[in-house]
Design a protein around this ligand. Sequence first.
Ligand SMILES: *Cc1c(COP(=O)(O)O)cnc(C)c1O
Length: 472
Amino acid sequence: MSEWIRHLPSIKQIQDQRAFADLVQEGKMDVHYLTRLAQEIVQEKRGALLKGSKLSKPMTREELLGDIMEELKKRHDTLTATAFQAVINATGIVLHTNLGRARLNEEAAAAMSKVAAGYSDLEFDLTTGRRGSRNEKVEQLLTLLTGAEAALVVNNNAAAVFLILRAYAKHREVIVSRGELIEIGGSFRISSIMEESDAHLIEVGTTNKTHEQDYIEAINDQTAMVLKVHHSNFKMSGFTAEVPREELITLAQERNILYYEDLGSGAFYPFEQKGIGEEPTVQAILAQGADLVSMSGDKLLGGPQAGIILGKKSYIDRLKKHQLMRTLRTDKMTLAALAMTLQAYLNQATLEATLPTIQDIIVDEETLHERAGCLCTGLNALEGIGAAVQATEAYVGGGTMPDVTLPSYAVVVQAARYSAEGLARALRAQQPAIVGRVEENRLLLDVRTIREKQLSVIVDAFKRLNGRSYSQ
Ligand SMILES: *Cc1c(COP(=O)(O)O)cnc(C)c1O
């Protein structure tokens, strides 16, 4: 072991390598930073050797040096590549949180890059030449679309929940049904957010059943609000009971306490009318008299990451003036993208064709069947590839509508010399990366989330795989 450590090259030796000069030559990273990376790698190797863990390759000096140079190139390439790699989503999950949730419509993406690259009237009134409000335009769109008296945008829905609890329930009590004390992906827990905001959580009812009487008994002079939380990715079934929204709103009004609902995804589009899920629209919930609601910008709405707060003007006004707002305020790119997303909703006739998230959720089975057939034919034309179309169930994802499955089609694909996992790995290494799902040892490419123009890109990726001689 100690002998191996003596085989570690010096930094000078690494710098003298041809491969090092080649990386410098690329002109993406200064010698200074490449040297730091080299030091980092040597340090790690030394640490591993001291701990006695085996190196994956034989230990001659040359091989160890080769190993280090390879690792150096890998780190250099990763750090100098585009920040995030493009992915073709073949999972069938429309709002895939790990893949970035909603994809924006073209107008939103263009507005985002335009405002990013130059100056804008973000907080400037071009008529008066005075300071303006960054929130105003988006607020006007939001109130027009939902009927809310006022609106406010923060960084994400988790921030919205925190701000509302902090502003309205600090050191006071918040009543929540036990059936709604959820934890969602990325460890967002209602109870923890509550603790952080110094609000006292008063749990009522049981996991499966909560009655109006439970709420009534919990109300006292310390009660600040009744909070209703969307179940998100958790499904209740069987012997259950919850208090209808109208009753809770009436109760809160009678007792002069605030009714706030964390809608999670929140939908402006009537998915229920299309036979998809039972999600009431945000407009309908506000019309029932909720004081405040909050939702994500990048879930069912189909926009950028944002937290949208809607409700009565007096409540929103106080939030706008809250000191925390300065820490939660959204950047110009987000506001630009959100404004363009909301503009798409102004025209119901074109909405379905212009907003990718809605498109992907409501696309009809026939279109998907054709799309799958097209991909299947393309793949079967390649040597060593076997593909077949299979009916599948796709999901909305993003913690929305967990009990809704969307009928879809996938291409089940096999490639000579590849296991399903091996093939999945090889596809993830392509550019753009292709992410499918492996089920029962077979690789499925669900076409619900694949765009027409990506079909040929996938076929090309398989052609490249075919060109490789090594086996997996
Ligand atoms: C998704 C979700 C959140 C968090 O929203 P982000 O925009 O991801 O911060 C909060 N509450 C519920 C019920 C959710 O579903």
